[in-house]
Each structure stands twice: as C-alpha cells, then as structure tokens.
Ligand binder design. Structure first.
Ligand code: HXC
Length: 261
C-alpha cells in the first residue's frame, strides 16, 4: 500500500506487514477533532483491508499521545449538533478493525486520548506516559468508553477515582494495574511497539484475527457463551490452509510458511 496524504495524521510502514498511524496535530497536543478522527478511522479501515498488513500501531508524539477531544470544537455544541456530526459515533469503527492495533503511548493520554489508547488491543507506554480522564474538570464525563473500559481494566474503585476526581496514572502505575503491556524509555517505546507488531504480523493471519475476536468477546458475553464462541473459532480454523501448514510444520520439524488462507 502506498502512503496516503492526510492533514492530521501520518501513515507509515516501518516494518514488514506493519502499518503505523501517527496522530499529527502537534500544536494542540493531538487533540482529537472531527477531521483528525475521520482521517484516523479511514486510515485504520484502509490498513485493515490491506492483505500486505498484519498488525497496526497507533501513536502520537513523544509529548502527547492525545490530550483528548478538541475542546474548542465542542465547547459551544448542542446535543443535536454533536449527534449530527457523529461526534463520538464514528469511534465505533475502531471496534470493527479485525487486525490487532497496538497503541504506543508517550506523554499525555487524557480524556479521549486515554479512551483511544484503551480502545486499542495492547498498549506499550513510554516512561512519560500519563493516563487520565479529566472531563470532570470541564463539567462532563468520558464519552468514548472511559467509564466502561477503565472499569473493566482496573476495577470500580480506581475507575471511580479517575473519572470522578481526575486521578491520573503514571506509566509505572498503568503497568502495575495491568492497563498497559509494558513501559519502555521514551527513546525506544515506539520501536518496541513496532517490534511487537512485526512479530504478531508474522504469525498466521486468520488465527490472529480469530484470537483477537475471541478475546474481545470476553467483554461482551457470559462465560458459557464465550467458551462456545471460542470453540467455534477453533473448529473453523481447521478449514484454513494455515492450520494444515502449522501442524504439518510442527510434525515435520520445520518452520511454517503462512499464506493467510
Ligand atoms: C483543544 C487543546 C487540548 C484539547 C491541549 N490543547 N489540549 N486544544 N482540545 N483537549 C491546546 C491548548 O489549547 C494549547 O493551544 C496547546 O494545545 C498547548 O496546551 P497548553 O495547555 O498550553 O499546554 P500545557 O500547559 O503543557 O498543558 C498540557 C495539557 C493541557 C495538560 C495536556 O493542555 C490540558 O489539560 N488539556 C486538556 C486536557 C483535557 O481536558 N482533555 C479532555 C478533553 S474532553 P494554544 O493555541 O493555546 O497554544 C474529552 C472528551 C472525550 O476528551 C469525549 C469522547 C470523544
């Protein structure tokens, strides 16, 4: 896939089968205005449907992953205007991305920025990362998943403190509480995320997508229904060439060559 010109994001291809999207509104700490979110969703959707890509990385700058929704854009909006501009609804497209998305987070991940990171499948944080939901300071609450995903990830007590009283998490706390996969120096967090993405992108693509889908179902359903869902994915993978190849390679004591079919 050739790089596409966007105004608020950059799309790069830093490693084999890895697509990197960089939020790029440095003067506003990557505040997530409508045009940026539209471009982000378009870029992620395009990468998701590109067979050459196996895993996605989403990042901001070293100073800020994103400082939230654009306050200037929404300050005077009415509820009807917010609904008409699909202000938050367009975020739903993130849930439709089938390939894994790894957030590489440095600096501020506040409000919608924190929610954007939480909507990704894994997070690699730099030592300077700060996660928070400061919407209460603006007289509102998180609107793109903060109350739901923080509660699932951290439990009720800490989620309450973050959302009701702007308690922020350092990178160290975020890894301690299981919100992020690991913390790396600011010089290397992005490369760590790219390396992780490249490693996942080198695996059997259909199984990777099935694995993501099955894990995410754990947040949507009962254990019994989730187990049945997982089992069905397991059985279905026996219709793929990659399952035959993976098991033949193991038995033949050789490395598998995946085709994604
Ligand atoms: C619009 C923003 C912004 C934001 C920063 N800027 N955050 N613009 N929306 N969310 C702009 C500032 O206006 C300023 O522009 C420039 O970025 C630099 O910001 P400063 O405040 O001067 O920098 P600093 O003192 O270093 O403080 C950084 C900061 C602070 C801690 C990140 O900017 C801040 O608290 N931002 C708001 C964080 C927040 O409340 N997020 C939640 C938003 S509500 P100028 O032009 O003056 O230089 C939300 C709801 C989500 O996210 C709902 C679902 C989508």
């Amino acid at each position: 896939m050739q790089p596409t010109a966007y105004e608020n994001i950059l799309v790069e291809f830093p490693a084999a089968r890895v697509g990197l999207v960089r939020l790029n509104r440095p003067r506003a700490y990557n505040a997530l205005n409508g045009p940026l979110m539209q471009e982000l969703m378009d870029a992620l959707t395009a990468l998701d449907s590109d067979d050459e890509i196996g895993c996605l990385v989403l990042t901001g700058s070293d100073k800020a992953f994103a400082a939230g929704a654009d306050i200037a854009e929404m300050a005077e909006a009415t509820p009807v205007e917010l609904a008409q501009m699909n202000f938050i609804h367009r975020w739903e497209r993130l849930r439709e991305i089938k390939k894994p998305v790894i957030a590489a987070v440095s600096g501020y991940a506040l409000g919608g920025g924190c929610e954007l990171a939480l909507a990704c499948d894994m997070i690699i944080a730099s030592e300077t990362a700060v996660f928070g939901q400061p919407e209460i300071n603006l007289g509102v609450i998180p609107g793109a998943g903060g109350t739901q995903r923080l509660t699932r990830a951290l439990g009720k007590a800490l989620a309450m403190e973050m959302v009701l009283n702007d308690r922020r998490l350092s990178a160290g706390e975020a890894v301690q509480f299981g919100l992020v996969n690991r913390v790396a120096p600011v010089e290397s967090y992005l490369q760590e995320a790219i390396d992780l993405a490249a490693a996942i992108a080198a695996r059997a693509p259909v199984a990777v997508r099935a694995a993501k889908d099955a894990i995410n179902m754990a947040f949507e359903t009962s254990l019994a229904a989730g187990l049945a869902y997982e089992r069905n994915h397991f059985y279905a993978l026996f219709s793929t060439e990659d399952q035959k190849e993976g098991m033949a390679a193991f038995l033949g004591k050789r490395s598998p060559a995946w085709t994604g079919r």
